[in-house]
Structure formats: C-alpha cells, structure tokens
Design a protein around this ligand. Structure first.
Ligand code: ADP
Ligand code: MG
Length: 466
C-alpha cells in the first residue's frame, strides 16, 4: 500500500524533497484502512503534516480510498537499538506547525549579514564550504588542545558512531576552533565520498533561515539541512537570543542526531555559560562530548611559529622565534598576525628578520590597537622612572639602584601581563623563574614596609591600568 502511495508522491514533488522526506519513512502495518508509518523524529512528523498533508491525502485516496487513515510512529534511536515509541498521532489534524506561522516580530531584528544565496540550497553538487587549508596535519598539537584534537580526530574517523555526538569545542577567540572543526570536515570529505559534509557559521545559518522565511522557502531550507550527514556549525554563541532560529536548529539537531548523523559545534564559551540559549537546546549540547581549547603554552607557541614559518617557506632564526613565543601569549591568531607583519616589514625594508625588527613590529602593532601592556613598555617605563639604563636592568649588576628597579619591573610584568614566570625571566637577560619569584616576593614585602616604594609601584601600576 505504501508503495502505491509513494508512486503518487514521487510524481508530485522534486527528487530532492522526495529523498529527504519520504525515503526515510518505513511502512508499518495496515489495519483495516489504517496504515502506520515510521518516521525518524517528532519534527519529521510535524513537518510532513505541515507541508505534505494534501499530498498524503491524495496518496491515501489513491492507495486505500477516502477512508484511508495514517498513523505515525516515531523511531527512537537509543544506542544502536531501534525501538518504537507508541504511535503519536492519528489521521491528519490540521494544526499549526511549530516552525511556521508564529514568527515573532523579533525575527526582523535578527540581523542579516550575508545575503542568502539560493545557490547554497539548490546546488546539486553540494558545497561543503570548507577551507582546504585547515587540516589536522597543520594543526599543531599541544597540552592546550590535546583532548579537543583527539576527539575531533575520532569523530572525523567515525562520524556519528562514537559517543562524541554532538562534539562541542569551545575556547576563546583565535585559539583554533574554526581550524579544528574544518579539519574534521576536510578529513571526512576526503574519505567519505558520498557523505554530505556541511560547514556553516551560526551567523550564516541565521541569515539563511531569516531569508527562507522572507522568501517563503522554509521548505527548501529544511530539506537542505535534513540531507546533511555531518553538520559543522561554528560559533553557536551567536544563536543566543534568537529564539526562532534556535527552535529551527533544535529540530534539525534532533533529526540529524536521531538519524545517526554527526554534529560538530563550536562556541566561544562553555555551554553552561551560553546565555539566551534555550535549556532544551543546551541539554542537547551535553549529550556528547565537550572539549576546550586553551591558550597555547610556550612550547606549543614555538611549534606553531616554526610550522607557519616553514609553510611560508621562510627561515626565522630560533632567537626570533623564541622572542615571539615569549612575547605573545594571547592566542594563535595574534601570533600569526605578528608574523605576517614581520614578514612584510622584512621584505619592505630589505632587512633580515632579527629580534630588533621583531621588537619594533610588535611595539608598532600593540600601539595600533592600544591593547595590552607589553613587557617592553613596562621596562621602558620603569627605567625612565628610576633613571636607569635598559641594558643595566637586563644585565648582571647587583647594585641596589639597579636590582630594585629590575625587581619592580618583574613584579609589574607579573601583575600586568599574562606572561609566565619563565617568559618574564627571559625578558630580563634570561633569568630563571625562581629569580622572578624572589623578585615578586621582595616587592610584595617592600610594598608593606616602604612607603616610597609602594608609592612608586602604585604610580606605575596606575599608569598602565588607566
Ligand atoms: P577561532 O576559530 O578559535 O577564533 P581559528 O581557528 O580561526 O580560531 O584560528 C586562528 C588562526 O590560528 C588560524 O589561522 C589557525 O590556522 C591558527 N591556529 C590556531 N590553532 C592552531 C594550532 N594548534 N596549530 C596551528 N595553527 C593554529
Ligand atoms: Mg572561528
């Protein structure tokens, strides 16, 4: 009977819609004039009801007759076992679908950034929107990203099969989230020829959704997303406060997850800190594995710089690499930015890349963005205040007039930057971290006992903290 229904249906709708919405249906038993069909999710059922009710009626008329009725049951996929939930709906009530109609005014406020390209949805050779330059091979591994990378690799090797579904990668800006999830996508794509891998930013997802509403093409939008085998959605924090978009994402998520498809997400913060995201969606995020990306440690920074330099085909002296790794501890993007400027500087001025050039570049960049305090600006301020020379401060002198400013500069570096003790020591003539600890303790003690010194230190702190 169902086969007869399908005949009618197939002739009435596009191949794509047929594949998405009717092929996954498993026919069940026929009792009298009542046919049971199994659908993959609650949302799937609602979607059929909303969009294909007339078509289904027509098909039933043809296959069973006017009294033909349809009953849905939802396949629940827990683990690998499929078991049936009790049937949930009888016949075909005309009701409002949850996705349609009740669009709040709010939706108008959801900013559209990229104009929606129909091409995205129509395209037959489905574009994954992956940047082939982001691979596992050029993603440097370190303590800061070991778990996330391993989980990503496991997922890429066995999409939808591991318990890491969804895989949620979170971490601050420039720490490699996009790189890592694109690497997963590229890996899968190179391997699984007939799997549809899709990378989409949450911004793009939102604007596609809004445009779909505007253009009355929600059908195409949903059909498109239901076909995805591996959905990579970047920066989900962007969905916060966008209720309708979240609701739609929730349905897509459920459907894909229940169908054993892989979902990979990123966020700039852990799920529990995502405000303005519905609880039911957040609880879904926690079904799989959440792994974070941390700021890279010194060794990883060295490795990243070396790898990038190698990729650019340039030679940078280890001395310079060390200087950069000791000076930029925020994120990888920053590190890359400095390297690019450095290369540009070197080729423009036809100079070799040495520590001096690196220092200038860095100072220049920092000034431009008026952001963080660098250790060099601290050293400059301290030497100016105490009327000592920089080489002395970094040198071996044990004179109190030198030692005290040196210790104060170290103390300020600890207070005002995120640099490790090791990196601070490096900037003071390669002193070791215990010397830095001692300096910090000494200044701490003096702050309590010596008014002049505490006055001077506070003045310098204020200077940088304004
Ligand atoms: P996010 O998405 O977290 O803001 P990106 O993935 O865009 O960060 O990373 C910023 C830049 O840093 C990219 O060019 C990326 O290739 C590079 N990058 C980040 N982490 C690594 C790493 N572990 N190894 C190599 N390059 C990295
Ligand atoms: Mg990113």
């Amino acid at each position: 009977v169902w086969q007869n229904c399908l005949k009618i249906i197939r002739d009435s709708i596009s191949e794509q819609s047929y594949k998405t919405w009717f092929e996954p249906i498993i026919p069940g038993k026929l009792e009298g004039k009542k046919l049971t069909i199994q659908v993959p999710s609650q949302f799937f059922y609602e979607w059929l009801e909303e969009n294909y009710v007339h078509l289904l009626r027509k098909a039933l008329d043809y296959a069973i007759g006017r009294e033909g009725m349809l009953e849905y049951s939802i396949i629940v996929d827990s683990g690998n076992q499929k078991k049936n939930e009790p049937p949930i709906a009888v016949n075909m009530p005309q009701h409002n679908s949850p996705v349609n109609n009740r669009l709040e005014n709010k939706i108008v406020n959801e900013q559209v950034k990229n104009p929606f390209e129909m091409r995205d949805l129509d395209s037959l050779n489905l574009d994954s929107f992956l940047n082939p330059n982001y691979t596992f091979d050029n993603f440097v591994e370190g303590d800061c990203n070991r778990l996330a990378r391993a989980a990503g690799f496991a997922v890429a090797s066995k999409p939808g099969v591991t318990s890491f579904n969804p895989l949620m990668i979170y971490g601050g800006v420039g720490l490699g989230k996009t790189h890592l999830v694109q690497a997963i996508g590229n890996f899968m794509k190179n391997k699984a020829v007939n799997k549809f891998v899709l990378y989409v930013s949450s911004e793009k997802f939102t604007s596609q959704f809004i445009n779909a509403i505007r253009n009355n093409s929600l059908q195409d939008f949903m059909t498109f997303y239901m076909q995805v085998d591996i959905l990579i959605i970047d920066d989900v924090q962007f969905l916060s406060g966008k209720e309708k978009t979240q609701e739609t994402f929730f349905h897509i998520f459920n459907h894909l997850h229940q169908s054993g498809k892989q979902i990979v997400m990123t966020s700039d913060r852990p799920p529990r800190e995502l405000e303005g995201v519905e609880d039911r969606l957040l609880s879904r995020f926690k079904w799989g594995l959440t792994a974070d990306l941390q700021t890279p440690d010194f060794e990883t920074r060295i490795a990243i710089i070396q790898k990038k330099a190698h990729a650019e085909g340039i030679d940078i002296a280890y001395e310079v690499i060390e200087y950069l790794a000791h000076s930029i501890d925020t994120n990888v993007r920053e590190l890359e930015g400095v390297m690019i400027s450095l290369l540009a500087q070197a080729s423009l001025t036809r100079r070799d890349i040495d520590v001096e050039l690196a220092k200038n570049t860095l100072r220049h960049l920092i000034k431009d963005s008026e952001r963080e305090v660098t250790i060099d600006t601290i050293i400059e301020a301290v030497t100016e205040h105490f009327k000592v020379r920089i080489p002395d401060l970094k040198g071996k002198s044990r004179l109190r007039e030198i030692v005290l400013p040196r210790q104060i500069a170290m103390y300020l570096a600890k207070e005002l930057t995120n640099l490790s003790l090791k990196s601070i020591g490096y900037h003071f003539g390669g002193r070791d971290h215990s010397t830095v600890i001692h300096a910090i303790q000494t200044v701490n003690d003096l702050m309590d006992t010596d008014k002049d010194i505490s006055g001077a230190v506070n003045k310098l702190l204020k200077l940088f903290r304004k």
